[in-house]
Write a protein that binds this ligand. Structure first.
Ligand code: TTP
Length: 410
């Protein structure tokens, strides 16, 4: 079976982290989101077909031409937006057999694919989708079922309980005929959920499987923090490959990569993951659910908690980083602090595609892009974003979002 992985989206809701790269390449617990997808569909497919467009060269370079000995074919998405267009792009590579189609920006466990395949084969259906029960479907497509069949998929039905569509499908090749007849949706996209509704209307048999494992749809920045916490809590093995100086305290589970040095006085409470060739300490405090990438520097009197620090980034002197995401190759000046809690104890709101959204989190710090240089003593308000390649001068209070490629000085 071929596995079609959708990775052509622009990931606009994840700006500034997607300013210069596809969202599926963002690293969570030091590994790209798409690598988890590959890992979990690997046993079920003999070839990967990756649908690309936005920043495609970066993704192709990251993945290469094979994964675990199975070939990867890249297909540029045909004109138009949406998951139906993305799947249709694979038409020339699908022969008579059924195929798996998976959003490249979701996290799920392998078990989900196994149960989906079982349902598909048992019921001899034309298509199958994986669903999960949620109390509140505000952010999801609702899958209405009857017996072993799907009756319809409704987009974002509101705060009602039910089955959510997880973005994992099996189709027979005649899905392409239905995609050709799928109209543009209200938001201007061609959605595979509309295609499925069309199939059902025309008498095709669409079945489903219920998944009860962990799943996360990485749409907004705080989803990265949720996923980071889940992976570190459930999949981290204590392993020290770097050097830990005497006087450093490490409470498992902590993973420390080769070439990393943890200097005396560092106090690390797991679960924490630190990549290769990083410099940690002396005298810093790294609290649970923190991922620090390769070639990072976390220096003296720095406290970090519940955060993602991507490769080549530094919090070198007197910094507090809480519930924050720091992109690649970014530097915090001495004394730069992220605030992660509102004084009124309300949930933190974040501007996403020009609209203020409630993250639902009481604690959320900064979302900082790639190649950002921040001066000394900068204070960043909760939920504020700093665009990639920007420079923030000393002493600035970041109480508004900062666009990419700008210089901000007092
Ligand atoms: P979305 O999260 O709906 O879209 P996106 O990735 O462009 O993000 P945003 O809305 O923040 O801009 O996409 C769901 C999946 O489908 C994801 O894996 C990307 C993929 N996709 C495509 O391959 N092509 C497309 O045209 C779209 C819209 C999405």
């Amino acid at each position: 079976m071929k596995g079609v992985v959708l990775a052509a989206g622009k990931g606009e809701r994840l700006r500034p982290l997607t300013d210069d790269r596809p969202k599926v390449m963002l690293k969570v617990a030091n590994k790209a989101i798409i690598d988890y997808v590959f890992e979990n569909i690997y046993p079920f497919v003999d070839e990967f077909i990756v649908i690309v467009r936005y920043q495609k060269e970066k993704l192709m370079e990251h993945l290469g031409d094979e994964y675990g000995g199975k070939p990867i074919t890249y297909v540029e998405q045909i004109e138009g937006e949406g998951t139906a267009k993305a799947i249709y792009s694979a038409i020339e590579y699908i022969e008579d057999e059924e195929f798996l189609a998976v959003n490249g920006d979701i996290y799920f466990e392998r078990e989900g694919i196994k149960t989906l395949l079982q349902s598909f084969r048992k019921s001899n259906a034309d298509a199958a989708l994986l669903v999960k029960e949620f109390e509140d479907l505000t952010h999801f497509g609702m899958v209405e079922v009857e017996g072993e069949l799907v009756k319809s998929i409704k987009e974002k039905p509101g705060a009602v309980p039910g089955y959510a569509n997880l973005g994992i499908y099996i189709f027979k090749p005649d899905v392409f005929r239905f995609i050709e007849n799928t109209p543009q949706s209200q938001r201007g996209e061609y959605e595979i959920t509309d295609t499925i509704n069309l199939m059902i209307k025309e008498g095709k048999k669409v079945t489903y499987a219920v998944y009860d494992g962990y799943w996360n749809d990485i749409g907004r920045p705080w989803n990265l923090l949720e996923l980071n916490e889940y992976i570190l809590k459930n999949h981290l093995q204590h392993s020290i490959k770097g050097i830990v100086e005497e006087g450093a305290v490490i409470l498992p589970p902590v993973e420390i990569g080769e070439g990393t040095v943890v200097r005396s006085g560092a106090y690390i409470i797991g679960p924490v993951k630190i990549g290769k060739n990083s410099k940690i300490g002396p005298n810093c405090f790294i609290r649970p659910y923190t991922s620090i990438g390769d070639k990072c520097h976390i220096g003296n009197a720095v406290e970090i908690k519940n955060s993602i620090i991507m490769d080549h980034s530094n919090a070198p002197h007197l910094n507090y980083v809480g519930d924050s995401i720091i992109g690649e190759n970014t530097n915090l000046g001495a004394g730069t602090i992220t605030a992660n809690l509102r004084h009124d104890k309300g949930t933190v709101k974040v501007e996403v595609k020009g609209k203020l959204e409630d993250s639902g989190r009481r604690k959320l710090g900064a979302i900082i892009g790639h190649n950002v240089k921040i001066g000394i003593n900068v204070t960043i308000y909760p939920g504020r974003k700093i665009g990639s390649n920007s420079f923030i001068g000393p002493g600035i209070i970041v109480d508004k979002n900062i666009p990419p490629n700008v210089l901000v000085i007092a």
